[in-house]
Design a protein around this ligand. Structure first.
Ligand SMILES: C[S@@+](CC[C@H](N)C(=O)[O-])C[C@H]1O[C@@H](n2cnc3c(N)ncnc32)[C@H](O)[C@@H]1O
Length: 598
């Protein structure tokens, strides 16, 4: 049914029957100031808050964009009576290396996962990469537990309802420079484009075409070989581009110029021996620091037989290396220092250059059959564990174009499927020794979380044998696994206490402090990321926690159970330089009130 708005005489309505999606295009200059005309004198009588309310109302009014029937969704309705929390699935945690960051895996509906993340990760995400169900009509996703079929008259409205609710929550998680990348194909390309423009008005929307299926998908009309990715970047903020190798650069390790920086007396930290295994022609390490004032230092060979090479020029003058000891050790570890046949030392590095990101991506890297399905078969040891995984390289390149030089980035995928995005983050880290982290969220439809996504990421981290029995080395990494759970939403004392007890995982996640230091009935303490988190379940226990804080020292985030919204600042006045305090569950409830009341 077409509903014509009274004031929109110049409005063009397009009704896509039978899908019940309307695209409303209105000439902006002809939009009246209000749907119900209000006389100027009326505005004159209004106070400030009435005017603010009126502005809000006018902003909400649809002027240009997409209109669809908002079908109630069970998982969203549930949040009116219950609030999402997380339960730690301890048995699925992976800790391979304490020096590597902790990645997060959340099993559950992504509406609930994103709600939790609105408290724990607001403004912390650098890239959101998602590959939602494409709504092909081939029962590729469920709405309220039923597959959405091609004949469903609400097919597009349901998809838009589902996507808009998740994207609205996801937007809060991006940091100021954060980028959203969304894979899509022709079924919802246009509707998604309009939806994104509405939800992300201060972002630029670009489109990349990826040739992911060069054989073409069967059709009696045009056989499709491509899909798309929308890339949303904050206006005015560019992306680095695709980094390509342009060969190898080599230069002398010893400084040779006449400027001050080239001499030992001015840069004593860059004067030390580089150790060389001459028989193997390999650079093996560095000698000890040489004090500035030392006139003599060990020359010749080390007891192990390694050559000591100092940055002395051909006149025996004391120059310096280009790097200090720590940087040199890293370069040696990365095989970037070479001992040449003429006995000199050179630095060699891959030279790279950033090319623009072109809008059409073609080539075997992006073939989803090879880099997606076949790779997944190799990892899982069985074929067809998941229908359409992305090519690993597509996702690596999508992330790299934004994050190549952001080695501590946080990536989120809330339609994780077989876990390609997690794998891509680990792969990117392998390439450049990065410490990027990921958060993967997926439901467990057909065992996708427990039988595909998690095992895949675990295998990639820990290593596995391919179907031919060949060992593939693990890329390392840590994971914490959570499942969504719920507590009553009625703000009574019992529920508030319950939410506080159930909030521990959320607080650890927010603070990135997962190692338990102390767990009693009244106090919990966790550490990680060079700080501590203290949780106090009764005000009486504040003095005891303060004693622990004084003993352990360092930076702290403290959460104190309160039935009201007391801030407890006074109790921690003497520690305010190192301790931040917040009341729970109020801090969490505030976020939930905001997101669930929209
Ligand atoms: C198209 S797949 C993603 C594939 C992924 N990019 C890959 O390479 O494997 C979408 C996934 O999202 C999951 N999904 C769909 N609706 C969801 C929801 N509401 N919450 C969580 N996951 C959902 C589906 O189970 C499916 O595995």
């Amino acid at each position: 049914m077409l509903i014509r708005r009274r004031t929109m005489s110049t409005t063009l309505f397009v009704l896509h029957s039978p899908y019940r999606v309307r695209i409303v295009i209105t000439a902006m200059s002809q939009v009246p100031q209000s749907e119900t005309p209000i006389s100027k004198t009326k505005y004159n009588d209004w106070n400030k808050s009435q005017l603010i309310e009126e502005i809000k109302r006018l902003h909400k009014r649809k002027r240009y964009g997409l209109v669809w029937e908002d079908k109630p969704e069970d998982v969203v309705e549930r949040c009116k009576s219950e609030l999402p929390v997380l339960h730690d699935v301890v048995t699925k945690a992976i800790s391979s290396d304490a020096d590597l960051p902790i990645n997060l895996f959340i099993e559950g509906d992504n509406y609930h996962a994103l709600s939790v993340l609105n408290y724990t990760h607001k403004g912390k995400i650098d890239v959101i990469y998602i590959d939602p169900p494409y709504n092909t009509g081939a029962s590729d996703w469920k709405y309220n537990n039923d597959y959405v079929e091609a004949e469903d008259p609400w097919r597009h409205s349901k998809w838009l309802s589902m996507m808009s609710k998740r994207l609205r929550l996801a937007k809060n998680l991006l940091n100021k420079k954060g980028v959203l990348i969304c894979a899509i194909d022709d079924y919802e390309l246009n509707t998604l484009g309009l939806l994104l423009d509405e939800l992300f008005p201060s972002y630029e929307r670009s489109t990349i075409i990826v040739e992911h299926h060069p054989q073409g998908a069967g059709s009696i009309t045009v056989s499709r070989t491509h899909e798309y990715a929308y890339v949303l970047t904050p206006k005015g903020i560019g992306i680095e581009g695709k980094v390509v190798s342009t060969g190898e650069d080599r230069w002398s390790l010893r400084r040779s110029g006449q400027g001050e920086n080239n001499w030992r007396e001015n840069r004593p930290n860059s004067f030390f021996a580089v150790l060389v295994d001459a028989a193997k022609g390999a650079v093996v390490g560095v000698g000890p620091e040489i004090p500035k004032e030392a006139k003599r230092y060990p020359m010749g060979k080390t007891p192990e037989g390694y050559l000591r090479i100092y940055p002395l020029d051909r006149h025996g003058k004391e120059r310096v290396w280009r790097y200090n000891r720590a940087s040199m050790q890293k370069l040696i570890k990365d095989s970037c220092i070479e001992y040449t046949v003429n006995g000199s030392l050179v630095v060699k590095k891959d030279s790279t250059t950033a090319t623009p990101v072109f809008s059409v991506w073609k080539g075997s890297r992006y073939n989803a059959g090879v880099g997606g399905s076949n790779l997944l078969t190799q990892i899982m040891g069985a074929a067809n564990t998941f229908p359409y995984p992305k090519s690993l390289h597509t996702v690596v390149d999508m992330l790299a174009m934004v994050l190549r030089h952001k080695k501590d980035a946080m990536v989120l995928d809330f339609f994780a499927g077989s876990g390609t995005t997690g794998h891509a983050v680990l792969e990117l880290n392998r390439e450049d020794d990065g410490g990027r982290r990921f958060i993967l969220c997926t439901n467990n439809e057909n065992g996708i979380a427990s039988e595909v996504c998690y095992p895949r990421v675990a295998k990639v981290m820990q290593g596995y044998k391919d179907p031919d029995g060949k060992k593939v080395a693990g890329l390392g990494g840590n994971i914490k696994y959570f499942k969504t759970a719920f507590v009553g939403a009625e703000p009574n004392d019992k529920n508030k206490e319950m939410l506080t007890r159930e909030a521990t995982e959320m607080l650890c996640m927010r603070e990135d402090t997962f190692d338990a230091v102390k767990e009693t009935r009244l106090i919990k303490i966790f550490k990680g990321n060079k700080r501590h988190t203290g949780i106090v379940f009764a005000e009486d226990a504040i003095p005891a926690l303060k004693k622990d804080i004084a003993k352990i020292g360092g930076k702290w985030s403290v959460y104190i159970f309160s039935l009201s919204d007391d801030t407890f600042d006074e109790e921690f006045e003497d520690m305010k330089k190192t301790v931040t305090v917040a009341p729970i569950p109020e801090a969490i409830l505030r976020v939930y009130r905001r997101i669930f009341q929209k």
